[in-house]
Design a protein around this ligand. Structure first.
Ligand code: N01
Length: 553
């Protein structure tokens, strides 16, 4: 027997939990389905050694409850995964969220029942929920990407995927470990595994730019001063051009890019400015030069600075050269933030294989077969990333009006209105979907904004007696064009990154996140709302009825 709710939410990570809290606050009945055995989303699955957020603790947290933000104590400048997971569990308990969540349920299908204006949501465990609204809080980086490594299933040792890391403690003492992947995840895991393993071999396909985190315990006096002005800091995150993240001390002092461009000054001047940001640490480094993401000459100079730093840290010149990124402009693949990443290659128990020179032929039971030799290994770690942004949505069978599949609607890439809705899929929302700032921003800032916007829409509908909301196809087309225009004005398209779907063979190449900044995006959403939710069509009757409902508001 199907169960009936006002809304079904898929996912119990930071997005799903806040969505549940907001909807419940509106008096709605909600069912949340979560594939994991507990809350946490990305922070539940990604338990690999060294996992840590690269947005600062005091920013990477909910702002919706002042009591919560005042009372929760973060330990480090950048929060480690176990601490974030504790925080999320605390939130779930504090707001009594678990009672509406069904764990270990992977949603397999969501189908719109046109006649009754309901979503029919089914899980792999046989659950069947019906609700007028369905909200996908499925995360942007939640579907692991399985690399093409022939023979992997024959490997005799342990195979550990960073994004499906076992809950029990994995020990690498005395073991020869190999790792694939030098993105944000690999760069965090490599220094930690290297300290434990007998030997670590890094199989690098693409060298990446990484900035030292300069992590450390938070100074209590700094935290006190920061919390005294939390509201101001939150406002800065919401409206700032810093994508809602950045260096909090700098934000506190309203630090602007120190040079508008690197093009017309000497490299020495560029180095001086970059050095100031490098020594402060973190992804805020990308704010040192104003036009780094739009001017190739500026970008090259910043990249040159990073390569100089790599050569200064890594003692073996050949290893240093292999680690110097040359395949893409800095920032066009997500900038990495590390602790001791480059210095790890000075350890005698770490070796680096350049897969562009010696590709993998196959994985054999004893290790990795390269063109010139076999690297014998006891364990393999795969830090090979995700089918980002669309993966989690497309692996469900989502069907909207007239049974149209989402996979069909997105055959040429994800097209949305504001990253929130897809035409033809009434009453279905995506939290931080493609076409919104999402992965280019502090995710918690973007999650809160989307959840509050969706809650606002539902309130608007309730007040006016509307039953359905649909994104207008023209609004979707205009917004998709705007997202592309913004991206094309930057260097992002030159990165060949997962932002473009480039890491997954056969995935349509389309720059998915909105690069215009969280402030501009928020103003757009506010203006849409103030104009009766421009671009959305509302109806009072069930959509199958012949009478055309109100349009706009
Ligand atoms: O994944 P990635 P990730 N053989 O796609 C390599 C967020 N995050 O998990 O570049 C050999 O960036 C691949 O090589 P290449 C953050 O947004 C945040 O590291 O395709 N190598 C690449 O090196 C981040 O951007 C935090 O040539 C293969 C790597 O695997 C996003 O998650 C921490 C291969 C994949 O890198 C994803 O990061 C961690 C093959 N067959 C992650 N296939 C925070 O701190 C793939 N690779 C918040």
């Amino acid at each position: 027997m199907p169960e009936r709710f006002d809304a079904v939410v898929v996912g119990a990570g930071l997005a799903g939990l806040y969505m549940l809290h907001r909807l419940r606050g509106m008096g709605l009945s909600v069912r949340v389905y979560e594939a994991g055995s507990d809350v946490g989303g990305t922070w539940y699955w990604n338990r690999y050694p060294g996992a840590r957020c690269d947005v600062e603790s005091l920013a990477y947290s909910y702002s919706f409850s002042d009591e919560l933000q005042q009372q929760w104590e973060w330990t480090d400048r950048y929060p480690p995964q176990p601490e974030i997971l504790r925080y999320i569990n605390h939130v779930a308990d504090r707001f009594d969220l678990r009672r509406d969540i069904r764990f270990e349920r992977r949603v397999e299908s969501a189908r719109f029942n046109e006649a009754e204006c309901l979503w029919e949501v089914r899980s792999d465990k046989g659950d069947h929920a019906r609700a007028p609204f369905c909200i996908m809080a499925t995360g942007c980086l939640s579907t692991p990407f399985e690399p093409d490594l022939p023979g992997l299933e024959d490997f005799a040792g342990g195979v550990y995927r960073t994004n499906l890391w076992p809950h029990e403690n994995v020990r690498f003492e005395g073991r020869r470990v190999g790792i694939f992947g030098t993105g944000s995840t690999g760069i965090q895991a490599i220094p930690v595994i290297a300290r434990e393993a007998a030997h670590l071999t890094v199989f690098q396909r693409t060298a990446n730019y990484s900035i030292p985190a300069v992590n450390g315990p938070l100074d209590p006096a700094f935290v006190r001063a920061f919390k005294a002005r939390y509201a101001e800091h939150r406002e800065h995150q919401r409206l700032g051009l810093s994508m809602g993240a950045g260096d909090l001390e700098a934000a506190a002092r309203d630090m602007k890019p120190m040079l508008p461009t690197a093009e017309k000054v000497t490299q020495a001047e560029v180095n001086r400015v970059c050095e100031a940001y490098w020594s402060r640490g973190g992804a805020h480094f990308m704010g040192a030069i104003g036009d780094v993401m739009s001017n190739e000459a500026s970008n090259r100079r910043v990249a040159d600075f990073v390569r100089t730093r790599i050569r200064a840290i890594v003692r073996d010149p050949e290893t240093a050269e292999t680690l110097c990124p040359t395949t893409h402009p800095i920032g066009t693949k997500r900038i990495c933030v590390d602790t001791d990443y480059y210095a790890t290659y000075n350890r005698p128990n770490v070796s680096l294989i350049n897969l562009r020179k010696t590709p993998v032929e196959s994985i054999e039971p004893q290790g990795v077969r390269l063109a010139n030799r076999l690297v014998e290994l006891d364990d393999l770690v795969l830090a090979t990333g995700f089918d980002a942004m669309t993966g989690a949505l497309l692996r469900m069978d989502i069907r909207g009006s007239h049974g149209r599949k989402l996979s069909q609607a997105w055959r040429d890439g994800p097209r949305t209105y504001l990253g929130l809705m897809v035409p033809g899929f009434p009453n279905l929302f995506t939290v931080t979907g493609p076409g919104s700032p999402s992965v280019l921003s502090n995710m918690v800032v973007s999650i809160e904004q989307h959840v509050e916007f969706i809650a606002g829409i539902l309130e608007h509908m309730r007040e006016r007696g509307y039953q359905s909301i649909r994104a207008n196809p023209q609004a979707e087309a205009d917004w998709t064009a705007e997202v592309a225009k913004r991206a094309n004005a930057t260097l992002y398209s030159k990165g060949g990154s997962w932002y473009l779907g480039a890491n997954v063979e056969g995935k349509p190449r389309m720059f998915m996140p909105y690069v215009g900044g969280v402030g501009a995006y928020r103003s757009t959403c506010e203006s849409v709302a103030a104009n009766g939710y421009r671009g959305f069509n509302f109806r009072r009757d069930a959509p199958a009825a012949t009478h055309a409902g109100a349009s706009g508001s």
